[in-house]
Write a protein that binds this ligand. Sequence first.
Ligand code: ZN
Length: 139
Amino acid sequence: MTDYPPGPIGAALRAADARDQRRANGRRTVDTITDDELDQLYADTDRADEVIGDLNETVVRSIKHAAATEQRAKQAEAAIARVRALHQPVQGLGLDSDEESKGYGLIEQACSTCGTPDEFAIRWPCETIRALEPQEPTP
Ligand SMILES: [Zn+2]
């Protein structure tokens, strides 16, 4: 006896197995089917209708979930684009923390938002832009 998972997927698998079994036994006709077999056929049909209804609901929920997920992804991408637009590279003046810098002076690529670009510039890409870059997964 096969164990089926609970829910509409298990019911669909059970129905598919029953259908395969009926095909293997050959098609019954009105002259050969018994009352019990006809009752079982109606019960199977009713159950198949329920399964189809459950699967339709599952499909509708999945489509709604996918649409909501797509909308959230678009909103997140738009927010990231707004953050990137705020943190653009500009020339600035400041005390460069780069080891090769010569102290206070021109920073060719400073963040347009972090620090004060014309006095206390922060090297670009700043922490904010670096945080937007893909991160290595932590083990
Ligand atoms: Zn910045």
